[in-house]
Structure formats: structure tokens, C-alpha cells
Design a protein around this ligand. Structure first.
Ligand code: FE
Ligand code: FE
Ligand code: ZN
Length: 308
């Protein structure tokens, strides 16, 4: 057990939550609150497909009321676009069409929910090359620009560089942003597992923020995905680990979360369930206290879940 007492910044902490019948979005907010979270992220349907129910059936008003009751502004609710959307694919016309039409729809759904940030993976270039992938994303996003609902920031996520993924360096993301006709509607979601897997060294998070600021501008940083990584730096694998149980380690993740320069940025956990139980209440509590205790996570492997 280790205690970090040097940093006492308030953190906005949330996690990935479900959105399922019968309470849908209201249930998502309840789930987040049950973990002690003050932010949340959800997919408006299964992440791996584009089947979506109408927003009118999703208990949006109840969810918004519950957020307000708990003094959570709507910018604490993040939407993640399904990862089968591949705006960098220029090989299959049907994938290109789907990326455009689904993104238009997903931005509209985000606006209807009243959320402000939609996280989007820039995609994979498949059988072409990195530059073609980057040019394709730019073209795809610019083509749908006139049809995108107002009030939603599309947050391009930093990727690990697994397979033919694009967007695994700040420079690549900047190249995308600089090609967009309306860059003001875009932000960045920084994923700690992904950037570590992409080769960034999280030992000095201030240096990462300096580089981010220099290349992209810190004001573009809208969301942080706070995940440990199952693999060593530079592995390009993208396998998330529970905080402190991976290669980045609790101390570096805690100091990233506590960095005062990102105090207003929601940190969202996308760490794996343990023994089919969500680890988020424990991970959020450990972050708030600055105390890592792996036994608390390991306790999830026992029959009775921890109730502290
Ligand atoms: Fe993501
Ligand atoms: Fe992520
Ligand atoms: Zn990931």
C-alpha cells in the first residue's frame, strides 16, 4: 500500500456504464452514481453494431433530472461512437457509406440526449497506408460536415496503433484536424492505455501535456480515458488493465488523473470487469484517496463483492 499525499486536486472521475432496458439512460446515470462517479460514458447501443433504439424510448428526461439532482452538468455524460464505424476505410464503399450515415445519426443522437462530447476512433486504413487513411478520415468528416447537429464536439481518440489504426500520435491527430473544414467542432480524447501502447512514456505526464499542448492545444483535450495497460510501452496491443494491475501502474495513472492542468477534464475508466463484477467503485475510491491496494481488486474474485 502506498499513499500519494503530494497532490490534492479534485478529480472528475467516471467510467464506462451500461445502457440497457428497462431504465436505459436513467439506469446509466444510476449505475455511475452507485460507483461514486461524477462522470460517465456510454454507447447508445451495442458498441460492435449500429442497431439503435429511438432516443425517445431511452428515459432521457429522467436521466437529465437525475444528473441535475446530483449537480452533474451534462458535459459529464460522454457518448462513445461504436467502434465498427471506420471513417479511415477507403477500400469498401459500403463501409464508407456506413461511417458517414451512422456518424451523422450518432451526432444527432448525442445532441438529442443533451450530451456534448462524442468520442470517435479515427479508424483503420486496412489495406492502404497511413497517409491514405488520414486523407480518407478528413474527406469523410468534411463530407458530412453540413449535416452534423450543432452543440456536439467530436472527440478523436488517441489510438494504440494496433493493426492499421491511425491516430496513434499527436502529430497524426493534428494532421487530421488541420484538414477539417470546421476544426472547432472537434476535440481529443486521450486514452492512457493507448498512448502508452503507442510508445508514449507516462512517467512524466506534464511532458506529455506539454507535447499535447504544443501540437494540438490543451484546450482540445475534452476527455481522458484512464486505463492501465496489459502490455509494455510501445506494444501496439490495446488491452486495458485495471488500475495498478498493468504496466503503467497506479502511481503514474493517479498522478495523470490528479494533474491540475486537466482538472476540468473528465477521466473515464474503461478497465475490465473482474470475476464479472465492475471494478469501478474500488478504482474510483483508490484514485480519490490516492491509495493503491490491489487486495481490494483481488477481493472481487471471491464470492462476496467488497462493500466498502
Ligand atoms: Fe475508445
Ligand atoms: Fe479508450
Ligand atoms: Zn482501448
Amino acid at each position: 500500500m502506498k499513499k500519494n499525499t503530494d497532490q490534492k486536486t479534485e478529480m472528475i472521475l467516471g467510467c464506462h456504464v451500461k445502457m440497457t432496458a428497462p431504465e436505459f439512460l436513467e439506469g446509466s446515470v444510476k449505475e455511475a452514481l452507485s460507483y461514486g462517479a461524477d462522470a460517465l460514458m456510454l454507447y447508445t447501443g451495442a458498441p460492435q453494431n449500429t442497431v439503435r433504439k429511438p432516443i425517445s424510448t431511452m428515459h432521457v428526461q429522467e436521466a437529465r433530472a437525475l444528473m441535475a439532482e446530483n449537480h452533474l452538468p451534462m458535459d459529464r455524460m460522454i457518448i462513445h461512437a461504436p467502434y465498427i464505424i471506420n471513417p479511415a476505410n477507403s477500400v469498401k464503399p459500403e463501409v464508407m457509406d456506413l461511417a458517414r450515415s451512422f456518424l451523422i445519426q450518432e451526432v444527432r443522437r448525442t445532441a438529442e440526449i443533451g450530451a456534448e462530447d462524442l468520442v470517435l476512433h479515427p479508424g483503420s486504413y486496412t489495406s492502404t497506408d497511413l497517409e491514405t487513411g488520414i486523407r480518407t478520415v478528413i474527406r469523410q468528416l468534411n463530407e458530412i460536415e453540413p449535416e452534423l447537429s450543432e452543440g456536439v464536439t467530436i472527440c478523436l481518440e488517441t489510438m494504440s496503433g494496433k493493426g492499421s489504426e491511425i491516430g496513434f500520435s499527436f502529430e497524426q491527430l493534428e494532421e487530421i484536424l488541420s484538414g477539417l473544414v470546421n476544426p472547432e467542432r472537434y476535440g481529443i480524447c486521450l486514452d492512457t492505455c493507448h498512448i502508452s501502447d503507442a510508445g508514449y512514456d507516462l512517467t512524466d505526464f506534464d511532458a506529455i501535456l506539454d507535447s499535447f499542448d504544443h501540437i494540438l492545444g490543451l484546450s482540445r483535450l475534452r476527455v481522458i480515458h484512464l486505463n492501465d495497460s496489459k502490455n509494455a510501452r510501445g506494444s501496439h496491443k490495446d488491452r486495458h488493465a485495471n488500475l495498478g494491475l498493468g504496466e503503467i501502474g497506479f502511481d503514474l495513472l493517479h498522478s495523470a488523473a490528479a494533474n491540475p492542468r486537466t482538472a476540468s477534464v473528465p477521466k473515464i475508466l474503461e478497465t475490465p470487469y473482474i470475476n464479472a463484477k465492475p471494478p469501478y467503485a474500488i478504482e474510483i475510491d483508490m484514485l480519490r484517496k490516492g491509495v493503491f491496494n490491489p487486495e481490494r481488486l483481488e477481493a472481487l474474485n471471491q464470492k462476496e463483492p467488497e462493500t466498502e
